[in-house]
Ligand binder design. Structure first.
Ligand code: BMA
Length: 849
């Protein structure tokens, strides 16, 4: 085995005067507990990725390999390393061994002394190990119990089966007995890989005198450019002593606060009022700047030597969830710094099944996609993880608000006291870890549990849940966790943040779900469940926290997990990458109603993406038209954790599906929606989320597919701030008398006179399958290094551009091109000389031949 000695000691950013020895570069090895051969391992990591790196298993995401890897979850594993400890380190009064994440049932032994027994993936585990360490080599060994076998005795002895959705793909659904990411056990977009491992950083932390444990800058009151705040500093002192606390803002060398403090041996909590002048407020993306201030708390001894210091970033903003009774029911919207904000965004799931391999770049790419798509919120959904600090740092910087679920989804939880204690500890740890982040908008107890309990799910009836004795125990546990433990933790540690007990939800703290469209937040899956896509227009709630529609990833991605013989959505391999019940049949049915089903596999994937994009476009337009009745839209889901057919708008490799471009346009500050209700007229709606009124010119045309204008209307209009309204009604008996619904369309363009930008909406009278499209003869020409021009001789629908070898090369894609109206597309990177000739183009017409 390779030995690694710590030749240098250094400090983590934000901490000083203490020694941090990271264990991630140390030489680790691992083995099956029963084996004798140790293999090299990576920390942080997982058993699966270590087996892969050692070529002991095949690529888990490839074809149907998942099936052959299920043995890993019922196996016990061991990890070990040698810690070379210097005398210098041992001079400190305390030496702690810290694991920011152990997945999950882990016994940690130092020099064969058991020092930690871990049972919750979402907790930090640490122990003061000084007494067990000696100078030189020390043996660290971690025994991971199978997360399945560990809880089987509890499962078997309970006497009844706790209802868990069939997302848990185990024969015995034991996931709810363990505090571990729900999606590890499978989901309707994810494989089953029940991981084990040291999944977050591990280190030795040595300190003397005092330990600065936590710094919370609590915002008390925002006045005109002045913010009243409180610094809440938690510190552990080794003895009764007098020390100096200083607080600095940004690079200002003069402390904002400098005070001598009497510390008692043990834990101390020091709260100090701060008055902050000339503060710029923090705003979400699209509303203003994301001003963040750096606060550094320092502890000094009486010789002014720094003993410990910690830096956090903080943005100041008021955020409020407004629930006011009105004629329909009750509002549910966010007010930021006093201004109502229409929420635009999506649900977010973990970026990988093997979490430690998600690096900085993938977080960046995800959050850049959110920003580029004009989002202002992501919902960190409850079947995944409380994300890494980096995720929330980037959300703060980019103005992406976070709807933060606690990690509970689609299942009830067994009535086990130790489990509740662990849940309490987990909530305290994560609320304290994340509460400085301005981006976090609310805490939500769980995903869909109350809703499931009341909808005859899991083969049980409502009556069962209400009356049976075991059901009472489950209900009490539910009430205990989501109505008592979690809100109490939020109240104690993050009092100002709104707590919502479950999503979807109508009345906070109700166990009987009475949700719906009139109050609270709403999950609508009638479309995708079988209802026509137009039903989105009739199912608008006050805050749409979920709705979604599936599509396969594009061919390039499919190629990465298949062989040519798998190129059929009903092949075994394609079905292994489709986890939603009847998912393929649903896609095919919706396609039949809306598009001509193409014969070629690649075209099928392409048209499937158009289907998804059209469905969600209808939903987004309906939600925005209905502002302020509806004040938020979060579609299900922005990303994937592996390559799969799913509701995502961007696939596992970061490739934008057609939907992502539609979302970008659909979430733009100004949007046109041309809408015809049943038996109603065709109305031109304009929606503006801007905080200032917008002036511009509206042009509405009736065109035929050759580009000939049949009718035209123009007027100057003004869009009020934060508004949705009808600006023109197409005169039915003049414009629409003799139209051909298969070869004519309505176009509306709004030219914003402030930004000079044009917003366009199109209305086709017929579904894509019935349109009389002709060969559009699309020509691409270079305008300049970052712009190309598309022209067509007849209407071209959903023109898809691909620059081979470049992912997401274009700012817009899957566009409708009208004849006589050149379409300019911007590129993300400058275009090389010949690149324009390499661009591949395809449109709906090509799939209809
Ligand atoms: C909702 C989510 C997820 C699920 C999605 C698609 O219920 O909360 O549980 O993946 O719908 O079915």
């Amino acid at each position: 085995m390779r030995l690694f000695s710590f030749l240098f000691l250094f400090t983590l950013s934000g901490l000083s005067a203490q020694q941090i020895v990271p264990l991630n570069h140390s030489a680790w090895s691992f083995k099956k507990a029963k084996d004798t051969e140790w293999l090299p391992a990576t920390v942080p990591g997982t058993v699966h990725t270590d087996l892969l790196a050692n070529k002991k298993i095949e690529e888990p995401f490839y074809r149907t390999n998942e099936k052959d890897l299920q043995w890993i979850e019922t196996t016990d594993w061991e990890y070990k390393t040698t810690l070379s400890v210097s005398n210098n380190l041992l001079q400190e009064e305390h030496v702690e061994l810290v694991f920011e994440g152990l997945d999950t049932y882990a016994d940690v032994f130092l020099n064969e002394q058991k020092i930690i027994t871990a049972n919750n993936m979402f907790l930090l585990w640490k122990a003061d190990v000084k007494q067990w360490l000696h100078q030189g080599n020390n043996q660290l060994r971690i025994y991971f119990h199978s997360p399945i076998n560990k809880v089987l005795p509890q499962y078997d002895s309970l006497g009844y089966v706790v209802p868990v959705s069939n997302n848990d793909q185990g024969t015995k659904r034991v996931s709810v007995y363990t505090r571990k990411a729900g999606y590890h056990y499978g989901w309707d977009w994810g494989p089953r890989f029940v991981t084990s491992g040291i999944w977050r950083p591990a280190y030795l932390k040595a300190w003397s005198d005092l330990e600065l444990e936590d710094v919370f800058i609590k915002q008390l009151n925002i006045g005109d450019k002045t913010v009243q705040a409180e610094a809440q500093v938690s510190v552990n002192a080794t003895k009764n002593e007098v020390r100096i606390l200083q607080i600095f803002v940004d690079d200002n060398p003069k402390p904002l606060l400098s005070e001598t403090i009497w510390l008692n041996a043990g834990a101390n909590q020091i709260n100090k009022r701060l008055e902050l002048k000339n503060i710029q407020l923090w705003w979400p993306n699209g509303m203003g700047k994301q001003s963040l201030y750096r606060f550094t708390a320092k502890w000094l001894d009486q010789q002014n030597q720094v003993i410990a210091s910690k830096t956090i970033k903080k943005g100041f903003r008021d955020i409020e969830v407004v629930q006011e009774s009105d004629s329909a029911g009750q509002s549910f919207y966010f007010k930021i710094n006093g201004k109502p904000l229409f929420i635009k965004g999506s649900n977010y799931i973990p970026l990988d099944n093997f979490l430690p391999r998600v690096g900085k770049e993938r977080y960046e790419q995800l959050l850049n996609t959110a920003v580029e798509s004009n989002m202002n919120m992501l919902r960190v959904w409850g079947g995944g993880i409380y994300e890494n600090d980096l995720f929330y740092d980037r959300c703060d910087e980019k103005g992406i608000l976070v709807w933060q679920d606690f990690m509970f989804a689609c299942a009830l939880f067994p009535p086990i006291p130790a489990l509740k204690q662990s849940i309490y500890d987990e909530a305290v740890y994560n609320v304290k870890r994340l509460r400085n982040h301005s981006s976090i908008a609310l805490w939500c107890g769980n995903n869909e549990i109350a809703q499931f309990m009341n909808q005859n799910y899991w083969g049980h009836t409502k009556a069962y849940f209400r009356d049976a004795a075991d059901s009472m125990a489950l209900q009490n546990t539910y009430r205990n966790i989501f109505h008592e433990i979690l809100p109490a933790v939020v109240k104690a540690y993050d009092n100002d943040r709104f707590y919502w007990s479950t999503s979807a939800n109508s009345i906070n703290y109700a166990t009987v779900y009475s949700g719906g469209k009139k109050s609270g937040d709403y999950h609508y899956y009638g479309v995708w469940g079988g209802k026509p896509i137009e039903e989105y227009n009739n199912n608008v709630g006050r805050f749409m926290s979920e709705y979604g529609f599936q599509a396969f990833p594009e061919f390039e991605t499919v190629k990465q997990y298949t062989l040519p013989e798998d190129y059929n959505i009903e092949s075994e391999v394609m079905k292994a990458h489709q986890r939603s019940k009847n998912g393929n049949a649903k896609i095919a049915n919706y396609l039949k109603d809306n598009f001509k089903i193409p014969a070629a596999f690649e075209d099928f994937l392409f048209v499937g993406q158009l289907m998804q994009s059209e469905a969600i476009r209808i939903a987004i337009e309906a939600h925005r038209r209905n502002k302020p009745y509806c004040m938020g839209t979060l579609y299900w889901q922005i990303n994937d954790c592996w390559p799969v057919a799913s509701w995502s708008s961007m696939d596992y490799y970061g490739r934008w599906k057609a939907l992502q471009y539609t979302v970008k346009k659909g979430f733009a500050p100004q949007m046109i929606s041309i809408f015809k209700g049943e038996n109603g007229p065709i109305n031109i709606h304009l929606i503006s989320d801007d905080l200032t009124p917008t002036k511009g010119k509206l042009t509405v045309r009736l065109l035929d597919f050759t580009g000939k204008t049949i009718r035209q209307f123009q007027k100057n209009i003004q869009l009020p701030t934060n508004s949705s309204g009808i600006y023109y009604t197409v005169p039915a008996n003049d414009w629409l008398q003799n139209i051909d619904t298969t070869s004519q369309l309505v176009e509306a363009v709004f030219e914003n006179s402030n930004t000079r930008r044009a917003t366009r909406g199109l209305y086709f009278f017929s579904k894509p399958k019935n349109l009389q499209l002709q060969q559009p003869n699309i020509v691409i020409s270079k305008v300049d290094d970052t712009h190309i021009k598309l022209t067509a001789t007849t209407v071209a629908r959903f023109v898809y551009l691909q620059l081979p070898g470049v992912t997401n090369a274009f700012e817009d894609n899957y566009v409708d091109v009208l004849p006589n109206t050149p379409t300019i597309i911007q590129l993300k990177q400058p275009l090389g000389l010949d690149a324009v000739n390499q661009i591949k183009v395809k449109s709906l017409f090509d799939t209809m031949k």
